[in-house]
Design a protein around this ligand. Structure first.
Ligand code: GAR
Length: 188
């Protein structure tokens, strides 16, 4: 049985879908939810699902404390689901090809530092895009630049706000992230 850790900073709806998908799955299970935000909704979701959580701060991300925890827990794949910090080079090297992220836009557009959550949707609408979507990609030392694994699109409607576009994007994320992660786990 392969072991998944999810890192999340926010509400955690993607983390929830992943936990649900892999509960009772024969290939992999979510064994840890890591968060850098003590008030993140994802921690309550982990509690409700009976998945252990691990809280860490910025220095502990950089100094290898989180990495040691992931290694002790024999994690096979690290899944970022609304995680807002840069993954340090040491962790990327310790998990080669084994960290993935989901981004709420069609990379390489609307990526990079500061481009997360509603900031992304605001920028997409402000640019007058008629289409947005999601990108699932491997994680390297730079924000949103790793190899793309999957993209799919949705329309941006004239009346969209960041909130309504976020809802459409979330629906895409929830539909696709679990199955893409499962395919990765099968290939490990
Ligand atoms: C998701 O839309 C995810 O794509 C985005 O944060 C949201 C988290 O939602 N991630 C980024 O913007 C990363 N740059 P959730 O907490 O409900 O899963």
């Amino acid at each position: 049985m392969k072991r998944i850790a999810i890192l999340a900073s926010g509400s955690g709806t993607n983390a929830q879908r992943l936990m649900e998908h892999f509960a009772g799955n024969s290939i992999a299970k979510v064994v840890l939810i890591g968060s850098d935000q003590p008030t993140a909704g994802v921690l309550q979701r982990a509690w409700d699902m009976g998945v252990p959580s691990y809280l860490f701060n910025g220095p502990q991300l950089k100094d290898g404390t989180l990495l040691r925890e992931l290694q002790q827990q024999r994690i096979d794949l690290v899944v970022l689901a609304g995680f807002m910090r840069l993954i340090p080079a040491g962790m990327v090297q310790a998990f080669p090809q084994r960290i993935v992220n989901i981004h709420p836009a069609l990379l390489p557009k609307y990526g990079g530092k500061g481009m997360y959550g509603e900031h992304v949707h605001r920028a997409v609408i402000a640019a007058g895009e008629q289409e947005s979507g999601i990108t699932i990609h491997r994680v390297n030392e730079r924000y949103d630049e790793g190899e793309h694994l999957f993209q799919t699109t949705c329309p941006v409607l004239p009346e969209d706000t960041a909130e309504t576009l976020a809802q459409r994007i979330h629906a895409l994320e929830h539909a696709h992230y679990p199955r893409i992660v499962e395919a990765l786990m099968k290939a490990l």
